[in-house]
Design a protein around this ligand. Structure first.
Ligand code: HEM
Length: 267
């Protein structure tokens, strides 16, 4: 039995269509005008750069059946990195990488700067979040077999990204220059020194000489805020290029659809 349809709710007067008046057809609604302006601006840029082709290539990709929440871990890691970059830039505006002023400038950020404690907290906790997310993303790609042909190179780039993320954690830990960060970094540099062959050279490089001194802090700062973030950003670019080019792997529990026609041809 078909139920009688409910009466439509009354439309408020200001939303009702107004009877057309002569000349109305030439008038364009302000929202339409804004849309038009946006489209012409985008067209202007596109005509000169042909960027829309690349954008379409990145955005309109085939996604395998069964794609689920686990596939968001890569983007979550990317978001954590971007958050670290933004909060890091804000911190760099107030931080001084000198052995005599580093501790005081960090204290100043926490106690005096507007929202300083919040931004410093975001950067500190964000670093742990990024490490956790990168591991979860790595686990997802491993257990879904995404490291296999043809994505081996993307896995290798990922391994370098994980190492660089650790370098960020190590170099960032020294920057507050309090007792804990100072002694923990000495321990870390000494452990590096025990590595085979390259170990002693690596720890000399990290310390900026045979001893832990004033150059160590500025070296860690340069590595932390210039060298490694630049490398990470470039490698993320290559990583995402390969994701867009190769597409993502289907979940391992999905079996490929059997193409009956193809099967008949093979028999
Ligand atoms: C800064 C760190 C990283 C970022 C921002 C990042 C970002 C992404 C994004 C957005 C995707 C596509 C969506 C997804 O599958 O989640 C992806 C895919 C992938 N990532 Fe990463 N990733 C990072 C680190 C790593 C690491 C450490 C590994 C492994 C060692 C890795 C291996 C892969 C692989 C193999 C794929 C392809 C997945 C598939 O085909 O299903 N990534 N990554």
């Amino acid at each position: 039995m078909r139920l009688p349809s409910l009466p439509k709710p009354p439309v408020p007067k200001r939303f009702q269509d107004k009877p057309a008046r002569p000349g109305d057809a030439d008038k364009i609604h302000p929202l339409e005008q804004v849309k038009e302006a946006g489209i012409s601006a985008a067209d202007w840029v596109d005509e000169r750069t042909a960027l829309s082709g690349g954008l379409r290539w990145v955005m309109f990709r085939k996604v395998p059946k069964g794609t689920n929440w686990f596939y968001t871990l890569g983007s979550a890691t990317l978001f954590a990195f971007l958050s670290q970059a933004v909060t890091g830039v804000v911190l760099a505006m107030y931080y001084t990488p000198s052995p005599t002023q580093a501790y005081e400038s960090a204290r100043h950020i926490t106690n005096d700067v507007f929202l300083g404690e919040f931004v410093r907290g975001m950067h500190k906790w964000g670093s742990s979040v990024m490490v956790i997310l990168i591991f979860l993303h790595m686990g997802r790609t491993f257990f879904f077999g995404a490291y296999k042909y043809p994505r081996e190179l993307n896995w290798i780039i990922g391994v370098v990204l994980v190492i660089l993320t650790f370098v960020m954690s190590l170099t960032g830990y020294l920057l507050p220059f309090d007792q804990r960060s100072y002694w923990a970094t000495i321990v870390a540099a000494n452990i590096n020194g025990t590595g085979p062959l390259v170990g002693p050279y690596l720890s000399d490089f990290l310390r900026g000489g045979a001893d832990f001194g004033a150059t160590t802090l500025s070296r860690f700062y340069a590595i932390h805020m210039l060298l490694v973030p630049g490398l990470i950003a470039a490698l993320i670019g290559a990583h995402l290029y390969l994701v867009a080019k190769l597409g993502t792997t289907a979940p391992p529990w999905l079996r490929a659809d059997v193409d009956e026609k193809l099967r008949e041809e093979q028999v």
